[in-house]
Design a protein around this ligand. Structure first.
Ligand code: SF4
Length: 278
């Protein structure tokens, strides 16, 4: 199994540019945020197709836990039930000490670097057996149920384990409806799968995106992430959603963190109604 994953591809030369004034209109504020994040962090670009089922399972594993934990659970699963290797050679981001770089790590990259498990054997496990293999990701019973539901649905529909075939067969909207009807697979999980595997122009709303756009007053949605997704989607200009999603992830891990946002050093400070209060 490869030991490292590639880092996220970005264009542009990041430079420090800060907001100079407040912007009253939430949509205009969002446009300013998009521009400032791209100026400061660069513009992440989609790095091409990946196996959609691998991304879906990695995304299920990442629910309510850190990406390194989810990656560990996936690697346990692959070690227990390996498929014949396909020669993946991408690398994980590492820090100066050689440890996994938790800021730069993107789980979708694991789909490029880590060989998939044998899905037929995974589908043949009982919920308790699968839960035992993915325990490192937390909520193992619930996640095992979701993974098995997706595998059984996929095999029943297509006779094999390629999610792309199901999407081609049903069409995107019907496939989305069928998948989100499965236990434990929500809008965020599917939208992450679609942007990373297929390059869809969407900004999935994870905990970082939800927290930051609420703090910035772009939406006001309390704890309802699906409502954030629905409100944010029409506000984002075409072609900018992928970069916004990844820049908000990086920004949420480094500056606008959940517990101790660095408002004093934030380039969005003048735009943000929550500065020094979050
Ligand atoms: S000013 Fe503070 S709360 Fe607002 S975006 Fe920046 S870090 Fe987050």
């Amino acid at each position: 199994m490869p030991a490292r994953l590639t880092k996220l591809k970005r264009t542009g030369t990041p430079r420090k540019v800060a907001a100079r004034a407040a912007v009253a209109d939430p949509r205009k504020r969002l446009l300013r945020v998009i521009a400032l994040l791209e100026a400061n962090l660069g513009t992440p670009v989609w790095d091409g197709p990946k196996d959609a089922l691998e991304v879906l399972v990695l995304t299920i594993l990442s629910q309510n836990t850190t990406d390194p934990n989810a990656l560990r659970a996936y690697q346990n699963l692959v070690s227990a039930l390996p498929a014949p290797p396909t020669g993946k050679s991408a690398a994980l981001p590492r820090d100066a000490d050689g440890n996994l770089d938790k800021v730069r790590l993107r789980l979708s990259d694991a789909a490029r670097a880590v060989e998939a498990p044998d899905w037929a054997r995974v589908a043949g496990l009982g919920p308790d057996e699968l839960a035992g293999l993915i325990r490192a990701a937390g909520l193992p019973q619930s996640k095992a149920g979701s993974i098995l539901a997706a595998l059984h649905w996929l095999y029943g529909l297509t006779g094999h384990y390629r999610l792309e075939t199901a999407i081609e067969k049903l069409g995107l909207e019907a496939a989305l409806a069928a998948l989100t009807a499965l236990k434990g697979i929500g809008v965020k999980t599917i939208s992450v799968t679609l942007i990373e595997a297929l390059g869809a122009d969407l900004c999935p709303v994870d905990t970082h995106v939800h927290r930051i756009v609420n703090r910035l007053g772009i939406v006001d949605t309390g704890a309802n992430r699906d409502r954030t997704f629905a409100l944010l989607k029409p506000m984002i200009p075409a072609g900018r959603a992928y970069a916004l999603h990844h820049n908000l992830l990086t920004f949420g891990r480094t500056v606008c963190t959940a517990r101790a946002p660095a408002c004093g050093n934030c380039v969005l400070r003048k735009l943000c109604p929550s500065r020094d209060k979050a």
